[in-house]
Design a protein around this ligand. Sequence first.
Ligand code: UDP
Length: 473
Amino acid sequence: METQTQTTVDRHRRIILFPLPYQGHVNPMLQLANLLYSKGFNITIFHTNFNKPKTSNYPHFTFKFILDNDPHDERYCNLPLHGMGAFSRVLLFNQFGADELRHQLELELSKKDEPSVSCLITDALWHFAQPVAVSLNLPRLVLRTSSLFCFLVYASLPLLNDRGYLDHSNDITTPLLDGLGYQHLSDNNHLEEQVMEFPMLKVKDIIKMGFKKANDVVGDVIGNMVKRTKASSGIIWNSFKGLEEPELETVVREISAPSFLIPFPKHFTASSSSLHEQDRTFFPWLDQQPPKSVVYVSFGSVSQLNEKHFLEMVHGLVDSKQSFLWVVRPGFVDGSTWLEALPDGLMGERGRIVKWAPQQEVLAHKAIGAFWTHSGWNSTFESVCEGVPMICSPFWGDQPLNARYTSDVLKVGVYLENGWKREEITNAIRRVMVDEEIRERVKILKQKLDVSLIKGGSSYESVQSLVAYISSL
Ligand code: UDP
């Protein structure tokens, strides 16, 4: 892992980076910022006050807080913090943020005593930044924090809608998003059918993304994200060629903006950009566990479960009789502050529960044998980077796509596609802990990734070409 940063170079080019203010987006953007800094660029980070990262971890960057400096602005008060509603800020800032972003960029561009700005790099979901950048004649690259496969599916949503794949979403996604689960999806044979345009997907995978059929504001953001990512000056992906080769071919064929696939967790850990305090007290316990004996359980930074399904989780985990390390964020169980729903004495001595962990470090630990994940892209990719097989329980958005890709394409995990049933959970955990084929495949994938980082390898070359490309702008 590259941890050195150059400190003696003359930083005469500056890059402004603007992440989406959520953990799964801040992490790869700050990893990218560190990487570009290590290549000699001067770094300015634009960020909202909401979810601001710990700036003292980045004394080498300049931070500027924008868009929500007025605490009385009612548009941004009292917005949800968990579940799909957590992304309502993204919709609002995309709607109202353009004038302020333009103003802030103009200020930066006019600074005579600072290095000149080469480009703006924003999260792909900040689609409002594209017309702003164009109006200032400033090249905008995007960081897309999910997989190439997900982008291609999102780009096909209008087509999938026309073909009727989203027809059931209005009836099904509401109970799904309310946390009632999707067991009933399997009662409908149509939902088990293959999606012609993406044969690895079932119809229910499309529906589980949670996009309603018509006039959906989320669908609108996705549509604009796709359109303006294609119009950008370049796309940076947190991935590597050997993971998504067919998808990369399609992206290169269909999008004129150059693509750069960079496996960020292999360059820098995400610890310094953690928005929550990381518990490290369990490491002495983890150090004592036999190799590959512990299941790490974590469902990312915003997912939320109802109490009934939480209890299925608890029983599934306990009945598997495996040791576990489980991250339960405060707010994860709907209606609870933390662990009120946990039955007394059930967990025994087999596991540890923490509020937040240094995930990459945990996944790299020799005692970890499997990762039960919500299939967020960072979590999925971090698991691949450490060669850890997965049990996938996706919630919404790109997660059902990542889960299907993990289990059916890469074949490095088991997808719990029928929701929260304790027996299925127990079986999946036991299977992943002992299935030699799954374990071997993820090991080979990790080795492929490690080789790609060596000079001449695809990931190594991708970093080189990104640096050369930005330098040429
Ligand atoms: N993460 C962490 N500690 C935890 C849980 C998660 O550091 O206890 C990090 C994890 O390493 C990943 C990010 O939070 O980088 C979650 O991103 P992901 O895309 O997996 O899911 P999201 O939170 O966006 O749903």
